[in-house]
Write a protein that binds this ligand. Structure first.
Ligand code: ZN
Ligand code: ZN
Ligand code: ZN
Length: 373
């Protein structure tokens, strides 16, 4: 990634926005240890270590980044080094929690901790700031992270194109006699070869395993005539994630499968068509669920329709009954209804972005069943 790309993805004003949000939420400080929140605010993809790295954003006053001296060069070289943030190194025999406490105002009332902070660190902060109430930083961070900027949407679009290229090559890996694990290893290699920095997950669910939405790769041999659910994703060098599910079969699939696959395609399209600013996530979920229920398969669709995606594979907003927080332009999430009657199942998953007047799909490889051989 060039400097320009980094600056567009991780703009300097984020720090100020966190500070303002903290003030509005009645927080005295936000403490962000390595993870997606720290990366979102500073661009620093810091390692999670037992030694404390922590960005401290006080509601008033200057933010600072506490880093182990060993990590100082990495922090300086990261985008965080170019921000208006003091880097505060600590040495091996220092107490970094006391260091943070000493730089915050006395009698601090409420601190927000990164949702992904290790419990052991949260407990050390509790001891170092005994009067402070601890709350999750996610309550303020989600508001910022849920609506993607144009640069973030572009990063998600690149991730979508990369995982689509992998799906286009899946058919050549599907040969009778190969196991799910063998195919899955090849897919993992392709995820990296097509531009991802990491492989986050690979699901190759053949036959009955396709009826289990979270099937693990197994040594099961894939047989002709068995539908296969392939759900794959990774994280790009930008930090942004991909996630897409397509369905394959070596030879002709069973007739009953083809019948419910058509229902699933209709349901997935109906859910996408329900995406627009002001629509609720639960309405998007219902759009898919109503089609599947009307076809008599309601009980065979037993998970939510989707999840937000960005620097994390699963984040807000969740596309589920009960979520009535209206969609806004820039929100990015999966639309992934499934039908799992056994002894096989199917799921179709795209990442979509809510636009000013509807939606954009970030996965565009065919959603039809791909018959191989
Ligand atoms: Zn998926
Ligand atoms: Zn997903
Ligand atoms: Zn059914």
């Amino acid at each position: 990634m060039g400097t320009d790309v980094t600056t567009r993805l991780y703009p300097r004003e984020r720090l100020g926005r966190v500070q303002q949000a903290a003030g509005r939420a009645g927080l005295d400080a936000v403490l962000l240890t390595p993870g997606p929140d720290l990366r979102y605010v500073t661009g620093y993809d810091a390692k999670q270590l037992e030694r404390l790295t922590c960005l401290v954003v006080p509601a008033s006053g200057d933010p600072f980044l506490v880093v182990p001296r060993l990590e100082l060069p990495a922090a300086q070289a990261s985008p965080a080094g170019g921000l208006d943030v003091e880097l505060v190194p600590w040495d091996e025999t220092d107490d970094p929690y006391a260091l943070v406490a000493s730089r915050l105002p006395r009698g601090i009332g409420r601190v927000a901790l990164a949702d992904r902070m290790w419990a052991v660190m949260a407990l050390r902060f509790r001891a170092a700031l005994p009067g402070a109430e601890q709350v999750p930083a996610g309550d303020v961070m989600r508001e910022l992270r849920m609506r993607k900027s144009a640069a973030e949407v572009e990063a998600l679009r690149e991730a979508g194109e990369a995982i689509d290229r992998v799906h286009r090559r899946v058919p050549e890996l599907l040969k009778p006699g190969r196991t799910e694990r063998e195919v899955g290893r090849d897919i993992a290699d392709l995820i990296l070869a097509e531009g991802h920095a990491t492989v986050e997950f690979v699901i190759v669910g053949s036959g009955p395993n396709g009826a289990n939405p979270h099937a693990e790769l197994s040594d099961r041999v894939i047989r002709p005539g068995e539908p296969i659910v392939v759900d794959i994703g990774g994280a790009m060098p930008s930090g942004y994630c991909s996630d897409a599910t397509r369905n394959y079969c070596i030879g002709a699939p069973p007739e009953d499968y083809l019948a419910y696959y058509r229902v699933l395609q209709e349901a997935q399209q109906a859910a996408c068509d329900a995406v627009r600013p002001g629509a609720t996530p639960e309405a998007v979920d219902a759009a898919a669920r109503d089609v599947i229920a009307a076809a008599g398969h309601g009980e065979h669709f037993f998970h939510r329709t989707g999840h937000g995606i960005g620097l994390e594979g699963h984040e807000d907003p969740y596309i589920v009954a009960g979520n009535t927080e209206p969609l806004q332009p820039g929100m990015a999430f999966s639309v992934e209804p499934g039908i799992y009657p056994g002894p096989h199942g199917a799921r179709i998953e795209d990442i979509v972005v809510c636009t000013d007047d509807g939606y954009e799909r970030l996965n565009n490889v065919t959603r039809d069943l791909v018959v191989v051989g």
